[in-house]
Design a binder for this molecule. Structure first.
Ligand SMILES: C[S@@+](CC[C@H](N)C(=O)[O-])C[C@H]1O[C@@H](n2cnc3c(N)ncnc32)[C@H](O)[C@@H]1O
Length: 317
């Protein structure tokens, strides 16, 4: 059953993958409840498959779940003809705060994957996520399209993949901000891999919430901002906690004050039940682009992210 579904999905996505020259995509996402895994394919120097097992509900017999997982891994190995070191398994459970970005191993083995002609480093072993959020492929493309001549700000930047798209799209400058040294270094490597170095491309290690306050005092302005915060965040480097549902109004008010008058803010998060409080943001024109930024390989899971295009309301003359 699992093998048939994988074959069917490969067929369904095949033409799109070819036409769009896609090298990283989600092939299967818990399509069948018995096989509660997400399967991501990365075509790099070789084909690598990244499997994430969703934590089974308590009602599922753990022995049966383990058997099914072994079945699924066997099917994937056979269908893709994988050898040792091409298949990676992670367990995905609801995580909060700092633990979601902790290292799993210390292998430091990076592979290169191409997206829209740009090069990105991915790592299958050391972290829960690979370095490239595949569901944001279209969002990053949009950042590239909006970037020409703009000063681009990437907040909660992770591995800087949106900064690469902005630079490639013709941004006049990029500023990549993240709290983690590991991810900021990774972002710099991604940028340099694509030939973007020099003073036009800056990096700052900071708690974005603190950084925003400083940037407001300094009256800094940006023509394009990508804001993709985690649903929850807490760390020793931060005072208190961040909760995207509770704090999004304050976050959007502060971030939008950094926009140039014709600037654009792309805001996204992964909270499945997120509700945007538009009434509390009358100064902003907010457009829901969640559907438009949902790629074909995530259609089965439309709540994977929500995404918004935000601009300052035009002032009456
Ligand atoms: C892009 S966000 C969230 C990604 C994805 N949308 C999710 O929910 O898993 C992940 C990044 O945010 C960074 N981060 C988390 N809290 C932060 C904070 N308060 N200030 C700066 N960076 C932060 C982490 O270091 C990581 O690189």
């Amino acid at each position: 059953m699992f093998a048939n579904r994988i074959r069917k999905n490969r067929k369904r996505l095949g033409r799109w993958i070819k036409r769009e020259n896609i090298h990283g995509y989600r092939l299967y996402d818990a399509d069948m409840p018995e096989y509660a895994v997400a399967v991501d394919v990365y075509e790099s120097d070789k084909c690598y498959i990244h499997v994430q097992e969703y934590q089974a509900p308590k009602s599922i017999d753990p022995d049966r779940a383990r058997e099914r997982l072994q079945d699924a891994l066997g099917v994937i190995r056979d269908l893709f003809g994988l050898e040792e070191g091409q298949l990676f398994l992670k367990v995905r459970k609801q995580q909060k705060g700092a633990s979601q970005y902790e290292k799993l191993g210390a292998g430091k083995c990076f592979h290169e994957v191409i997206e829209a002609g740009h090069r990105f480093l991915v790592n299958f072993e050391d972290y829960l996520d690979t370095g490239l959020f595949l569901d944001h492929r279209i969002t990053r493309g949009l950042v590239g399209e909006l970037a020409p001549e703009r000063h681009f700000l990437n907040l909660f930047a992770y591995t800087g993949s949106a900064s690469v798209h902005a630079a490639a799209g013709g941004a006049a400058a990029t500023l990549t901000v993240d709290m983690s040294k590991t991810y900021l270094d990774w972002a710099r490597r991604n940028m340099e891999l694509n030939g973007y170095s020099g003073s036009a491309h800056q990096y700052e290690r900071a708690d974005c919430l603190e950084w925003l306050q400083k940037a407001l005092w300094q009256h800094r302005k940006f023509g394009l901002i990508f804001l993709d915060p985690p649903s929850f965040s807490t760390s020793s480097r931060m005072d208190g906690t961040f909760d995207v549902q509770r704090d999004h109004v304050a976050l959007l008010k502060a971030t939008s004050r950094l926009l140039e008058p014709d600037g654009v803010l792309i805001f996204s998060n992964n909270l499945r039940r997120f509700r945007m409080d538009c009434e509390a943001l009358p100064e902003l024109a907010v457009e829901d682009i969640s559907r438009a930024t949902l790629p074909p390989d995530f259609e089965r899971n439309p709540k994977i992210h929500n995404c918004w295009k935000i601009q300052l309301q035009a002032q009456p003359a």
